[in-house]
Design a protein around this ligand. Sequence first.
Ligand code: C2O
Ligand code: CU
Length: 588
Amino acid sequence: MPRLRHYLAAQAFFVFLLFSSIASAAIVEHVFHVKNVLVKPLCKDQMIPAVNGSLPGPTINVREGDTLVVNVINNSTYNITIHWHGVFQRKSSWMDGADMITQCAIQPSNNFTYRFEITGQEGTLLWHAHTTNLRATLHGALIIRPRSGGPYPFLKPYKEVLLIFEQWWDMDVGLIATRPAPVSDAYLINGLAGDSYPCSKNRMFNLKVIQGKTYLLRIINAALNKHLFFKIANHNVTVVAVDAVYTTPYVSDVMMLTPGQTIDALLTADQPIGSYFMSISPYNSANQGSSVPPNTTTRGLVIYAGATSASPVVTPSMPGMDDESTAHRFSSNITGLVGGPHWTPVPRHVDEKMFMTIGLGLELCLHPDNTKHCLVGGEQQLSGSLNNYSFVLPKTISLQEAHFYNVTGVYTSDFPNEPPLKFDYANFRAHNDSEGKMMYPERKTSVKTLRFNSTVEIVLQNTKIVTSESHPMHLHGFNFYVLGYGFGNYDPIRDERKLNLVNPQMHNTVGVPSGGWVVLRFIADNPGTWMFHCHMDVHLPFGMIMAFIVQNGPTPETSLPPPPSNLPQCTRDPTLSESPKTSVDLSY
Ligand code: C2O
Ligand code: CU
């Protein structure tokens, strides 16, 4: 009976899957010693907080299904948390490491152990500090390979290569948060500034390749505030995953990553034996007046085995800093790998439709928290908002503890599904008083409560109130489908039918185009408190943040467990951790 045989075969296969998942799930343990160390990427020694003494920090390798245990021992002089950027944290929201959202920070001379399972995702992610601007130096790769050594859904690479892009300030990290923000001094590839900067000429990242072989590049943009273009001279790459979600193979000669995004791409050494530069350079999504390092390209080298010093060295020609069409083409053309590992079809029914404006506004310096940060003579400073609410982090207890223990007075559950006013978002001009008010968002700790398992759609509309630029919006705890990207004001009649419900790419971080929009969708199937914020670090203290609280499901299995007994508590002076804001000076 073929039916029965089929059934038995399927049964056996499931038993095998179950067995293999039990057999292969490992516990991967790490100790993160955080302390201040001296490094010297450019000409000066700098004291930075670092994990286990290195910049970038240690790489974590796991297989999907493993449990990761990281004991963070804080011997630095800073309050820190570590966030596992892009990890779903199913039933482990307490381990998300979002300062004042899921925990209070680990104070100097204290420690905390993060422990969580990594399931349902494969590819490259990153970990980073989630307190003030400390992720500038506290970051590293988190690589999730298929369980049981299973195959990738693409050609097996000969080798894997990690590329972490960083933004470097040649000064005390504490000063990066001062205002006006100083211009960064360099971009780094795996901690190396290369030949574009003084004192680092001989410290360049080198990738040695063998002609004909294929390499898997695991690329992370760990820069605090810059979208980056990446290119290798004379070579195309094939993108196979973004944000640890497989994509339809996409061939390109150039890539663009927003802060917080990751790309897995195959590089075949298919060119004549020689040496080829790889370069990263900033993408300024609008002429936002922001400053860039004096020498804006950082180079590394791809060297073929057999290349002699006489072999030609080829330099890639980089897109211009304002090349929006190249950035947009790359970002919007990638599609999801339907039927690939962990792929789930786009839910068609939407329970919660939100239209969220996002952008920079202003606030008067009269607020008691802020007076000290206004520049002499300045009356206003930048503010950031979503639906005209500028988020204020709780100060004495984390949002999730307040939620879990029903502590009142910490937040309000009134985050609106749309902005207080409809206006010409992409071409703002204050025609009247109510439009004028849109320039001054309200400071609040406002959250949006979601029913367990509801499908949420968000149209993110970028505004042009003070300035317009691409904001890389990052959601904790979930991946979302990116159903569409566009410029101007989102028009439900014109734009909705163009949304991709078939094979959209998925992300945890998406750049909302300058003066444009994106539409995203996710299923709120993980109870807990989840931050949604701009991943340009400079916009966090501006308040470009909101939070979702996903309610419990019907069973203990679908409910937020109690916090771990040793969750760090807030005893610090809360004013110490608040980053100062800038006056209306757009340089960073
Ligand atoms: Cu990678 Cu809330 O951040
Ligand atoms: Cu932003």
